[in-house]
Ligand binder design. Structure first.
Ligand SMILES: [Zn+2]
Length: 241
């Protein structure tokens, strides 16, 4: 999707086109999806799903075949094969595919859920159609070890929103930190350069400090919306409809 650059990096001019990532994690005890991307409706009919107040900022470049169900299909998985969706937060570009995953529990930080529920229907960041989708919601508060073995751990990184979380994933290939919107860009982390839109500045800087610490300890940091970084990430095969 395309946004004002200044939303992601305070003071930046012009617009930026960014990836909207979802990550599949396969664990012996279940399949986890970290974020579910955009709502499929934005491919063909962004309005009225997204009010015109939102569309004046955001342009969707989202093609049929890129929605989460199709991306899973490209890995020979059905939407019903997903057991848990960990939503970093409930902005439309992170839970827009939840409705396509009917058998998955939704794991979200409690302050994020409460915040999203409290907003009016015309909020442009949070669309109720994306997160009021009927699955079981697991509201957690703070750090949460999904399988009890330390391999997939949700970590609170409040700041971007009141209840944002990131995910630490330990694999045979090393440890990964899926930042989501707690850190959009490599540049942000290297220069402590905050976004133009932010819920809590101090909390956001604490999240940056945590990511730097984890990176120094050997973890690979996966940024939330970095187009340059994204080119270096191995991706599932894309099968266009
Ligand atoms: Zn985002």
């Amino acid at each position: 999707m395309e946004l004002p650059y200044g939303f992601l990096q305070k003071g930046a001019k012009g617009r930026i086109t960014v990836p909207v990532p979802s990550y599949l994690i396969e664990h012996p005890k279940g399949r986890v999806l970290f974020d579910s991307g955009l709502n499929r409706i934005t491919q063909t009919e962004p309005e009225p799903y997204m009010p015109s107040t939102g569309l004046q900022f955001t342009t969707f470049h989202f093609e049929p075949g890129e929605e989460i169900s199709a991306r899973l299909e490209s890995l020979d998985l059905a939407p019903t094969d997903i057991d848990v969706i960990v939503n970093s937060h409930l902005h439309y570009d992170h839970c827009g595919g939840n409705a396509q995953l009917p058998k998955a529990d939704v794991l979200v930080q409690e302050p994020e859920w409460n915040h999203a529920e409290s907003l009016p229907d015309d909020d442009i960041g949070y669309r109720k159609a994306d997160f009021e989708t009927g699955q079981k919601v697991r509201r957690v508060k703070g750090e949460h070890d999904l399988f009890g073995d330390g391999s997939v751990v949700a970590i609170p990184t409040y700041g971007h929103t009141p209840g944002h979380q990131s995910l630490r994933v330990r694999t045979e290939a090393g440890e990964f930190v899926l930042c989501a919107d707690a850190c959009y860009l490599r540049h942000s982390l290297d220069h402590d350069h905050l976004p133009g839109i932010l819920h809590d500045r101090e909390a956001a800087l604490r999240a940056f400090a945590l990511f730097r610490e984890l990176e120094a300890a050997g973890a690979r940091i996966l940024f939330g919306h970095d187009p340059e970084f994204w080119k270096s990430v191995p991706q599932a095969p894309l099968r266009l409809a």
